[in-house]
Design a protein around this ligand. Structure first.
Ligand code: SIN
Length: 323
């Protein structure tokens, strides 16, 4: 019977504690273990769950090594016949990057649901328990698949989700396309769009030691930009640069010139927009020499470019993904 949900804990505000009498903003993330988070959710009392503490960190400090471990643990549980879905509790700060990485590497045929909280577990108005209950319900949803983010009653797909607000409870959005689904007030799930799909690169793409993963950095194009960062990265051995470009992927002339001058460095370049919403649409003209990241945020474009370089290095064929 496929009814087991595995919950993997990684830390974040959902596991955070504020000292007695302090504001909800003055807390320390990643304090409570995953079993304590589950015990705080009455709806999960009789659920068939398996819990595993994969890490305990503030997700601003996410590392490639932990991404490797997490992807391997998710893959390990996905292939178990009795597992219906997986939930990952995660800090909200880099949740969109982890979600995107897992989707590109695993493209799971079962739901893998990331959730977290904007208020610590010690808050009188903690949002973590409701988010965790929603995430488990989503992991059990018949037909659901792909990497999803469940926060504040909304469900987002890995490709579109981004943290859009620094501290509001409903901090996540999916840009122009909106959420994939919503939990209604009666708890019913209303689906608005298709579940995430696409080809998996395969977990083996992450097999190399994390220290050897290609260095891919983000450089923002802005008024008064210079090529200094590009030159430094090229000399420092970076393999890829994502430009957080203006508007529809346009790049400051000084950065363009530095990129052209660094052609010897064999840098892979990708343009993402630094705008909050909207995709980079390819048009002839400035910057068009470098591929666009479509609607990916610069942070997710960095993951995409790094994975493409790793897939190429491995000799694995990186399935072309329409960006
Ligand atoms: C974190 O990302 O781990 C801290 C912030 C949060 O979870 O909201």
């Amino acid at each position: 019977m496929q009814n087991l949900v595995v919950i993997l804990g990684t830390g974040g505000t959902i596991a955070g504690i504020a000292p007695e009498g302090q504001s909800d903003l003055a807390y320390q993330a990643a304090q409570l273990p995953i079993d304590a988070l589950v015990r705080a959710v009455p709806e999960l009392a009789d659920a068939t769950l398996e819990l595993e503490q994969v890490a305990q960190l503030d997700s601003k400090d996410m590392t490639h090594a932990l991404w490797q471990t997490l992807a391997q643990r998710v893959h390990h549980h996905l292939v178990r016949a009795e597992v219906q879905g997986i939930v990952v509790t995660h800090g909200t700060d880099t949740m969109e990057e982890t979600a995107y990485l897992l989707q590109r590497v695993l493209a799971p045929a079962k739901p893998v649901v990331l959730t977290g909280a904007m208020r610590p577990a010690s808050s009188r108005h903690a949002d973590g328990p409701a988010n965790l209950a929603d995430a488990v319900a989503l992991a059990r949803e018949p037909g659901a698949h792909g990497v999803l983010v469940a926060m504040a009653g909304s469900v987002h797909g890995a490709a579109d989700v981004r943290k859009a607000h620094a501290h509001k409870l409903d901090a996540f959005g999916s840009g122009d396309v909106g959420p994939l689904a919503r939990f209604e007030d009666d708890g019913a799930l209303r689906r608005l769009r298709a579940w995430p799909a696409g080809d998996a690169l395969g977990v083996a793409v992450l097999d190399a030691t994390p220290e050897s993963w290609p260095v891919v950095e983000i450089v923002t194009s802005h008024a008064g930009a210079s090529g200094a960062l590009i030159d430094a990265l090229a000399r420092g051995g970076a393999k890829g640069i994502v430009i957080a470009a203006t508007g529809n992927g346009t790049v400051h002339r000084a950065i363009e010139q530095a990129l052209e001058g660094a052609a010897w460095a064999d840098l892979a370049v990708m343009r993402a927009t630094r705008c909050c919403d909207g995709a980079v649409l390819d048009v002839e003209g400035a910057g068009a020499a470098w591929p666009s990241a479509g609607a990916l945020t610069p942070a997710k474009a960095r993951v995409e470019l790094m994975l493409r370089l790793m897939a190429r290095r491995e000799g694995a064929s990186a399935p072309a993904r329409p960006l």
